[in-house]
Design a protein around this ligand. Structure first.
Ligand code: IPM
Ligand code: MG
Length: 368
């Protein structure tokens, strides 16, 4: 592998703590597997605002465009609630997604056997669950114009616009079909074609791409509200779900919680291939900055560590090494190690963020 560059953006809240554990894992792959990364680090979100008065400095944006992959911790916190909308920590993340054109957001929801009891659903509903939500990430109501809060007569009106072009739908549909071929070969597309024109177009385009290019993949369509219901009723009926930006935001939180802990789930946001063939890419845990537990060593670093595993697989074509890391995580969980978010079993004392990181490194060693 040619030397790969990684930009690390720890961000806010528990971001820096969980990222410190990822650093250990990156170090391990360098020392023990000869997989070296050229790692640089910078600020995003509230941390960037504190330093520069903006949640993402232009220099950081430029760096993100140049590296092979960006690894982000989390952004936001109550400290920044009163800030003007345009400089809120979340704007930094949304700018990265938009300017890097990361249209395909992969959010796996996988239930680890050792954790099946943590779900709020019955064990047999979630045990062995392995689904992938592909969320469109650069368009839809998150970015559509017109938007804003305007005066109309003697009151204010808040406006956001749901907007999708055919090509935006087509490219995220292709990425879902490609993924499905490597998994269970099944895609369910979710929209609200019963109420929204953008939903009608979404359904049509997904079907056209399917018929023309992926007739071998099993395709179904569902209204997004019914999809939410089916996800809680019997989630194992799904393999890949493809949906728009806003529905994907909601459905992926729902799917995450099926697995028992938001602290476990990684994500990959992928764009078009760069000159070296690697896709533009940003990897981040699905969880947020958890300001209530920040700095206490309570955070679960697994989502961020598994996000790095996704980077190995999707940016660097190191699927076997990604599996090695995922197996190490599975092993420490099977051994009974739990961070504070995973308590509930009797007689289990939680391990700290860094003890969890160290245990995963030890499991990697043991697996050699
Ligand atoms: C997510 C988050 C973000 C989103 C926020 C932090 C802007 O909820 O990644 O799911 O709404 O996309
Ligand atoms: Mg969300």
């Amino acid at each position: 592998m040619t030397t790969a560059s990684l930009l690390i953006l720890p961000g806010d809240g528990i971001g820096p703590e969980v990222m410190a554990e990822v650093r250990k894992i990156i170090g391990w792959f360098g020392d023990k597997r000869g997989i070296d990364f050229d790692v640089s680090e910078d600020l995003v979100g509230g941390a960037a605002y504190d330093a520069h008065g903006t949640p993402l400095h232009d220099d950081t944006m430029a760096k993100a465009q140049e590296v092979d992959a960006v690894l982000l911790g989390a952004v936001g916190g109550p400290k920044y609630d009163a800030l003007d909308f345009s400089v809120k920590p979340e704007r930094g993340l949304l700018r990265l997604r938009k300017e890097m054109d990361l249209f395909s957001n992969l959010r796996p929801a996988q239930c680890f056997d050792a954790l099946a009891d943590f779900s709020s659903l019955k064990k047999d509903v979630v045990a062995g669950l392995d689904i992938m939500i592909v969320r469109e990430l650069t368009s839809g109501v998150y970015f559509g114009e017109p938007r804003g809060i305007f005066e109309e007569g003697n009151e204010r009106v808040g406006i956001n616009t749901q907007r999708y072009t055919e090509s935006e739908i087509a490219r995220v549909a292709r990425s879902a079909f490609e993924l499905a071929r490597k998994r269970g070969n099944k895609v369910c597309s979710m929209e609200k074609a019963n109420v929204m024109e953008s939903g009608i177009l979404w359904r049509d385009v997904v079907q056209e791409i399917h018929d023309a290019e992926y007739p071998d993949v099993e395709l179904s369509h569902m209204y997004a509200d019914a999809g939410a219901m089916q996800l809680t009723r019997w989630p194992k009926q799904f393999d890949v779900i493809v949906t728009d930006n806003l529905f994907g935001d909601l459905l992926s939180d729902l799917a995450a919680m099926l697995t028992g802990s938001l602290g476990m789930l990684p994500s990959a946001s992928l764009g078009l291939p760069m000159a070296n063939g690697r896709p533009k890419a940003l990897y981040e845990p699905v969880h947020g900055s958890a300001p209530d537990i920040a700095g206490q060593g309570k955070a679960n670093p697994i989502a961020c560590i598994l996000s790095f595993a996704m980077a190995l697989r999707y940016s660097f074509d190191l699927g076997d090494e990604a599996t090695r890391l995922e197996n190490a995580v599975e092993k420490v969980l099977a051994d009974g190690l739990r961070t504070a978010d995973l308590l509930g079993e009797e007689g289990v004392t939680p391990v700290s963020t860094s003890e969890m990181g160290d245990a995963i490194v030890a499991a990697l060693d043991a697996g050699l």
